[in-house]
Design a binder for this molecule. Structure first.
Ligand SMILES: NC(=O)C1=CN([C@@H]2O[C@H](COP(=O)(O)OP(=O)(O)OC[C@H]3O[C@@H](n4cnc5c(N)ncnc54)[C@H](O)[C@@H]3O)[C@@H](O)[C@H]2O)[C@H](O)CC1
Ligand SMILES: [K+]
Length: 530
């Protein structure tokens, strides 16, 4: 599903009104009605239930007033706390405030001397609290007079439904400066905002529901370049099927080049993962003295011994040995466990420049270009890079901390400049392609922050590429399946004890989960994304 920024959402709003003639008050009425419907579905019976609505002065607050009205009409006891002077309301929010008042209802003025106390009393007895303080118009941090209100709400343990976006969260980045509302459910309008699926924002969202407020379909659907939330439905449409007449030649031959003394396991994980992710054949090329070890660890993988340095790392001569064999392979994965011997670094640079196989570059393959990312453009074949934040920072010559709250932009810029697909790993991995497609992953968990999981991902991506997916889809589907395998493993074993091998075993299960999942049929106009 497409992801949007606040500005993109405002543009969609504008076009809905100017090009299609949908009045903004209709959009607000639909938005508020959906919020009321979701609240009612969680309450079961509405009559007599206690609802507190926190309204800001903008259109987010307007949505909250519409929800208040519909729940009141259904018999709920509704208290609206207005975090603004009623005289400051404008436009559609003022319209709905006027309707609320003409129904004989009033506001509790949150910013009055007794407002906070009254609010705490009200939420202590509430069945649900609706957060309509701020939406996509929010920037920066909560005003000092609002912060204690949000802190009281978060401490209350009440069931919270956020309108469009949890208040205090920035729609474009997911950044929280200080405090934000922690919601159990977020009802977002039209399309999910980027900040709802990026860390730390994603942790404030709870279950994410995307609802149709009658924004014209031509404005919100579209498969062109843009940012997408990677979901099972998307990945399912990309994965190759297996005709009955299939033979292993149909599913590609992955060459993995990696390993060194003390780090043969990384290369073995990549090779095993490529098989587990459906590659027809996998060959693992390692320093000659480690070929026996690799062959012992991997029954189904073929192995190759290459020239090595005295320290047991691949030497430059390895390229001459590999070159005549390349026509038998479909994709090459280069880097896991290579080490950083100067000869190995030289080998990596020559391979990237000269190999005419699609290339997945990972780990020490990436580190070979530290501070020299411009050299990545000197190559003759398509490239997928899979850096974790530390490797990306080394590549760019910056500190990893500088990348934290602009991961999407950093990955997109690098993809454009290098003409390569960039997989910037971490919580909510970002996959960016040079032609403007970006995927934000929806699977994975902190248990996967353990040695070797990156090696597994490299193998999965190489395998999908070898089976015919284009590089962006191979990387995006690989990231999704890899994270899903991690979620399946964590469900069984918990997160702390999770190891990379646990993902290996569950890759086929993850694949089956995606391809055999029931079409997720949601109530008309509502999609569950979180
Ligand atoms: N098509 C749609 O998605 C629709 C969305 N709707 C709702 O409209 C809001 C966006 O409304 P907007 O009036 O632009 O702003 P907010 O209500 O989010 O914010 C109110 C107000 O707050 C001010 N503000 C911003 N940052 C701060 C801060 N740090 N401290 C204090 N005040 C701040 C700013 O001036 C804003 O104007 C969207 O989320 C939806 O809920 C429509 O109702 C229906 C169509
Ligand atoms: K909100």
């Amino acid at each position: 599903m497409r992801l949007v920024t606040a500005a993109e959402m405002r543009e969609i709003d504008r076009r809905a009104m100017e090009e299609y003639g949908i009045p903004s008050i209709v959009l607000m009425e639909n938005a508020g009605r959906w919020v009321a419907q979701v609240v009612a579905s969680r309450l079961g019976r509405v009559a007599g239930k206690r609802v507190v609505v926190l309204c800001g002065r903008g259109n987010n607050g307007g949505d909250g007033l519409v929800a208040a009205r519909h729940l009141w009409q259904q018999g709920a006891q509704v208290k609206v706390f207005l975090a603004a002077d009623p005289e400051s309301l404008r436009g559609d929010a003022l319209t709905n405030a006027t309707i609320w008042r003409r129904l004989g209802q009033d506001f509790y003025l949150l910013l009055s001397p007794t407002g906070l106390q009254a609010f705490k009393l009200a939420i202590a007895r509430a069945d649900v609290v609706i957060d309509a303080l701020y939406g996509t118009g929010f920037r920066g941090e909560l005003p000092p007079e609002i912060r204690p209100v949000v802190e009281a709400l978060n401490a209350s343990g009440r069931f919270v439904v956020a309108v469009d976006i949890p208040s205090g969260l920035e729609a474009d980045t997911g950044q929280v400066r200080g405090v934000a509302v922690v919601a159990h459910v977020t009802v977002t309008f039209g399309l999910p905002k980027l900040g709802l699926v990026l860390e730390p924002g994603a942790r404030y969202v709870g279950e994410l529901l995307v609802v149709d407020i009658s924004l014209p379909l031509p404005l919100i659907t579209g498969t062109g370049p843009g940012r997408y939330y990677l979901t099972g439905e998307m990945v399912r449409s990309w994965l190759p099927s297996r005709p009955p007449t299939a033979h292993k030649g149909n599913f590609g031959h992955v060459l993995v080049v990696g390993g060194s003394r003390g780090m043969i396991g990384a290369a073995c994980l990549t090779a095993a993962a490529a098989l587990r992710a459906g590659a027809g054949l996998v060959t693992l090329a390692v320093p000659r003295s480690w070929q026996e070890t690799a062959a012992t660890k991997l029954t189904e993988v073929m192995t190759l011994g290459l020239p090595e340095t005295p320290e047991g790392q691949l030497s430059c001569a390895a390229w001459e040995s590999l070159k005549p064999l390349l026509p038998r392979f479909t994709v090459c994965a280069l880097g896991p466990g290579l080490g950083r011997h100067p000869e190995t670094v030289e080998l990596v640079k020559r391979m990237v420049a000269e190999i005419d196989l699609p290339l997945v570059l990972d780990a020490d393959g990436i580190n070979a270009f530290a501070g020299e990312a411009h050299l990545l453009t000197r190559r003759s074949s398509p490239l997928i890079l899979t850096p974790h934040p530390g490797e990306m920072a080394r590549l760019l010559g910056v500190k990893a901390a500088e990348l934290t709250d602009k991961r999407v932009e950093v990955a997109e810029k690098a993809a454009r400049e290098w003409g390569a697909v960039v997989v910037l790993k971490g919580a909510r991995t970002v996959v960016a392609s040079p032609d403007g497609y970006t995927g934000i992953n929806s699977t994975g968990n902190p248990g996967m922050a353990t040695g070797g999981t990156g090696d597994v991902l490299t193998g999965v991506i190489a395998a999908l590429w070898a089976q015919g997916l284009d590089p962006f889809r191979a990387a995006a589907a690989g990231v999704y399946l890899h994270g899903l395998a991690g979620d399946l493993a964590a469900k069984e074993k918990g997160e702390a004890g999770l190891i990379a091998g646990d993902l290996l075993e569950r890759l086929p299960l993850a694949w089956r989960r995606v391809t055999e999942a029931e079409e997720v049929r949601e109530e008309h106009g509502l999609s569950r994304l979180g």
